[in-house]
Design a binder for this molecule. Structure first.
Ligand SMILES: [Zn+2]
Length: 421
């Protein structure tokens, strides 16, 4: 079976941007297409496109985890809500697009009216998608879904891939289900086999990690959002989650703490810094997720001088951006080294000495300061900004209910999270 996501993606591309598409848009699209074409990503994305339609019918949402949240192809296919292009204005009426250097992130751009009189959309979260390292070995996608929809997802998978067998594994706590796409079996034997396998044997067991797979995680926030949308008959994708009023409440920390990310530990810091836009809030959320040596000292430094926040990088993509800017200053425009550096730093491989000596030498040779490499060596883990952005959109949709349907919120949110003191 051929999975042609590109025809659909290109149709959307032209419907939005016309025939003459701006260079940053085509460049971004072509880069992703070149990397993902003829890989199993096509199969996974085709299914997710189908699942997104199914979820929309139900007024439910899924939330992409990991770096695919900032894939432009996924955005065109309506699998993610995060537009990863550079910051820009877009006129939904006359399709005018205007890139802007005024802010780092499109959601921070000031309001603007198009020359045709229509209010322009402000978008473009400026986030690179780097599947380069992952793709050759293990093609997978992880999603948050309402737990109640796990059975539905399995039904859809089996119907969508009528001759495919899957190895299904649940975690002990039943909070995550994984489906691995098993190699096809031909002949009469194929008909006799169960299509969902719970216990792999032999070669299947040995290679299980390299088969393409999905992880579906039961996410209380997606479950709550689904409940709220059904009760109020609101479609989740039509919630005005980036309205100025909602964002003001969000930046002023007037919303329940669990709407700032479930593992967010920096409430005190955020309240002290009072971010006014995403470019200030995002690094703080990244710091909340990151794990590094000397983290408490870094927090103390930021506490006494807020500007220090920008001396460090707390997201995977920020490391990529920073290394790339050093390389460009030296006239290097190929980004392979930046991809590698970000990927090694992300999971703490600079910290575990000896593993990345060659790359360190290359980085220094190409203008990356030793002080920055010393910082990379402190990192145990940093989070993908793409993942944070998909989380934020879900949190803001929930926040809209907190503000506009407060009694319903009070009644229902307790079922999903513990109230904060
Ligand atoms: Zn216009």
């Amino acid at each position: 079976m051929k999975y042609d996501i590109w025809r659909d993606a290109e149709e959307k591309l032209h419907a939005l941007y016309g025939e003459e598409i701006h260079l940053p848009v085509t460049a971004r699209y072509q880069r992703e297409k070149k990397r993902m074409q003829n890989t199993d990503m096509e199969m996974l994305l085709t299914f997710l496109r189908h699942l997104a339609c199914r979820f929309r019918e139900l007024k439910a949402t899924f939330t992409l985890r990991g770096r695919t949240g900032a894939s432009f192809a996924c955005w065109l296919l309506e699998i993610t809500d995060v537009n990863p292009l550079p910051p820009h204005y877009y006129c939904p009426h006359c399709r005018r697009i205007e890139f802007s250097n005024e802010e780092k992130y499109g959601w921070d751009l000031p309001e603007k009216t198009c020359s045709c009189g229509t209010g322009m959309l402000r978008d473009g979260m400026n986030t690179v998608f780097l599947p380069e390292i992952d793709l050759p070995d293990s093609v997978h996608m992880d999603l948050d879904i309402p737990g109640e929809l796990q059975d539905d997802v399995q039904k859809e998978l089996l119907a969508f891939f009528p001759d495919q067998r899957f190895y299904r594994r649940e975690t002990v706590k039943n909070d995550m289900v994984r489906y691995s796409f098993l190699p096809k079996v031909d002949g009469p034997e194929a008909n006799q086999q169960e299509r969902i396998i719970g216990k792999p044997t032999g070669n299947v067991q040995m290679f299980i990690d390299i088969y393409p797979h999905f992880f579906f995680l039961n996410a209380p926030k997606n479950a709550l959002l689904w409940d709220l949308c059904r009760k109020t008959e609101v479609k989740p994708d039509q919630i005005p989650c980036l309205s100025p009023e909602l964002l003001r409440a969000y930046f002023e920390y007037k919303l329940p703490g669990n709407l700032y990310d479930s593992v967010f530990k920096n409430a005190a810091l955020i309240k002290a810094i009072k971010p006014e836009q995403f470019s200030e809030l995002l690094p703080l959320l990244g710091l909340g997720h990151a794990n590094m040596e000397g983290q408490e000292q870094i927090k103390a430094q930021i506490q006494s001088d807020h500007q220090v926040l920008y001396d460090y990088d707390f997201f995977f993509e920020d490391i990529y951006d920073r290394v790339l800017s050093f390389l460009r200053a030296k006239g290097v425009f190929n980004d392979d080294l930046a991809v590698q550096a970000a990927n090694l730093a992300k999971s703490g491989r600079f910290l575990r000495r000896g593993f990345s000596e060659g790359i360190q030498i290359e980085l220094i040779k190409h203008g990356v300061p030793e002080s920055y490499i010393a910082y990379l060596k402190k990192i145990r883990y940093v989070y993908p900004r793409a993942h944070m952005l998909t989380n934020i959109l879900r949190d803001l949709r929930l926040a809209w209910f907190f503000i506009n349907h407060s009694s319903l919120w009070d009644e229902m949110s307790g079922k999903y999270f513990i109230k904060e003191c």
